[in-house]
Design a protein around this ligand. Structure first.
Ligand SMILES: [Cu+2]
Length: 111
């Protein structure tokens, strides 16, 4: 069944290609602990797509929210999310943890 084998390898080739494309984007990490973000200011490159991983080390859920980035996503306690961002114009993009806005604040600086 040569034709069948060919299509299987074509599928795996496509899978490999798309996975490579995903991992080619730079990944940046924000950690939530004691209802604060670390780092509070995260520098990322402007003009290219990035992955933002938000790790919540607290036992309670938090919501990553940024009006300027147009993103809003709940991160369950002891869990993580990944967001695709950009390409961003140079500038500062504020974000908060909406469930603990008094302490959970930060900004992404694209440059
Ligand atoms: Cu919200």
């Amino acid at each position: 069944m040569p034709r069948y084998r060919f299509s299987i390898s074509a599928v795996f080739g496509l899978l490999f290609f798309s996975q490579s494309a995903v991992y080619a984007e730079d990944a940046y990490t924000l950690t939530i602990k004691d209802h604060q973000f670390a780092p509070a200011e995260l520098k990322v490159p402007a003009g290219q797509k990035i992955k933002l991983v938000v790790i919540n080390e607290d036992g309670t859920p938090e919501e990553f929210e940024s009006k300027s980035l147009k993103r809003e996503k709940v991160v369950a306690g002891k869990s993580r999310i990944t967001l695709s961002l950009g390409p961003l114009h140079p500038g500062a993009y504020d974000f908060v943890g909406e469930f603990h806005e008094a302490s959970a604040k930060g900004r992404i600086v694209a440059e």
